[in-house]
Write a protein that binds this ligand. Structure first.
Ligand SMILES: O=c1ccn([C@@H]2O[C@H](COP(=O)(O)O)[C@@H](O)[C@H]2O)c(=O)[nH]1
Length: 275
């Protein structure tokens, strides 16, 4: 998907919400467990209920790999369903991959071609030759982990090397990679106060921002410091939407949660547009 298409969807829907599909058989409503593919049945209901309030879906691959071959089939069915019924949706494989170039190319083929995701999250630790194979795919997007939402982010990401924090080095250095226009970055909503300085390095690049909802990050703070003239934000919520109810009314409650976030986003977009 071209970035212009994503931006036009954001303005059309007044939303930059990404719904995280972190589907956990221990948390989905019990009545779905008798279905042939309970993970897909849950995802389909969530997608049908929330699609009007969001512009992206982000399956976290761990939740599918945890169930082996059956989990992978559920992921394939979910992607096929999204591509056939909601082709306008931006899709993110939250896989956090990255390896020597030869191997990264295979990961890129798996997620961009076989599963037809629009984007994938990548750990930057192995450097340029581990990231550029993903960037070589046209109209596909590589989302580098910059400053993550968890507490452990302070172990390495905020430590200084030669006077500069590691996450800033990731931003600066990756700007020089081949096809860097295909880069986006992960910045946790729990680190909103860092976004002002991040925007000085990457003023317009899109950010995937997880950590509102269950992790306690503030949408308003993220927008205050991180919104760019092209919006430049995809804010994710997974558990806060998926498990708003664990009863038969789960999809309706997921829709209510997604709608509530979308309405807050609409108010933020009105500020951007000076309304
Ligand atoms: O820094 C990061 C990077 C990725 N994530 C992922 O996002 C979702 C968040 O789920 P919630 O239930 O809304 O907390 C999940 O898939 C994480 O693995 C992140 O949280 N922080």
């Amino acid at each position: 998907m071209k970035i212009e298409h994503l931006i036009s969807q954001i303005h059309k829907k007044n939303s930059f919400l990404c719904v995280g599909l972190d589907t956990d058989l221990d948390k989905i409503p019990k009545h779905l467990l008798s279905q042939e593919d309970p993970i897909f049945a849950f995802n389909k209901s969530i997608i049908d209920a929330t699609h009007e309030y969001c512009v992206a879906y982000k399956p976290n691959i761990a939740f599918y790999e945890a169930y082996g071959l059956e989990g992978w089939k559920s992921l394939e069915r979910t992607m096929k369903y999204l591509n056939e019924h909601y082709p306008e949706m931006f899709t993110i494989a939250d896989a956090k991959r990255g390896d020597i170039g030869n191997t990264s190319t295979r990961y890129a083929k798996a997620f961009f071609e076989t599963l037809n995701f629009d984007s994938i999250t990548i750990a930057p630790y192995m450097g340029r030759d581990s990231v550029e194979p993903f960037l070589a795919f046209q109209d596909k997007h590589t989302i580098l982990l910059a400053l993550t939402s968890n507490q452990g982010a302070y172990d390495f990401q905020t430590q200084k090397i030669e006077g500069q924090e590691l996450y800033k080095k990731v931003l600066e250095v990756s700007k020089g990679y081949a096809n860097a226009e295909n880069l986006m970055y992960v910045v946790g909503a729990t680190k909103a106060e860092f976004l002002k300085e991040i925007r000085e390095i990457i003023p317009e690049q899109f950010l995937l921002v997880p950590g509102v909802g269950a992790q306690g990050g503030s949408l308003q703070e993220v927008c205050k410091y991180g919104m760019a003239s092209n919006v430049g934000l995809l804010v994710n919520s997974s558990r806060g939407i998926l498990y708003a109810s664990q009863d038969e009314d789960f999809a309706d409650n997921a829709a209510l949660q997604a709608k509530s976030i979308q309405q807050d986003m609409e108010a933020e977009l009105q500020k951007l547009n000076g309304i």
